[in-house]
Design a protein. Structure first.
Length: 141
């Protein structure tokens, strides 16, 4: 169990405190929804959570097998929809992966990406297409 305390600071901004570490995180409503867009929006954090969860779970599996993922990156593009309600409609993920991983490693890591806890926690009507660009990052040594 992890506790996160959130305080509304006015002007559509919140500050969240991660109790175990003391780390703080600020959010602001996006410009297209009455905010200033001065920080991550709550839905930006969902997109960020997906990308970091994918890389983290892939890293856990890679460590277990002795595969090097250092330097791997993820870019996520968030698409909002408004009908019937405002929500995240699609999170497009592009993963740039290190060179030097064989076909077995690639298949295992791709399967892992599609089963990370954040991905499995999203509503089924949120599209999550993933593109893997293998050999896009020099191999770590």
């Amino acid at each position: 169990m992890v506790r996160i305390d959130v305080t509304y600071r006015g002007r559509l901004r919140c500050v969240s405190l991660h109790e175990p570490s003391g780390a703080e995180l600020s959010t602001d409503a996006p410009k297209d929804n009455q905010g200033e867009g001065a920080s991550f929006s709550p839905t930006d954090l969902v997109a960020t959570a997906l990308a970091t969860c994918v890389l983290t779970t892939m890293g856990i599996v890679a460590n277990r097998h002795g595969w090097k993922l250092d330097g791997a990156t993820a870019s996520v593009v968030k698409h909002m929809v408004a009908d019937p309600i405002r929500r995240i409609g699609k999170l497009e993920l592009t993963l740039r992966m290190p060179a030097g991983l064989d076909e077995r490693a690639r298949e295992t890591l791709e399967r892992t990406a599609h089963t990370c806890p954040v991905h499995k926690s999203l509503a089924p009507n949120v599209e999550v297409p993933m593109t893997f660009l293998w050999d896009a990052v020099p191999a770590a040594h």
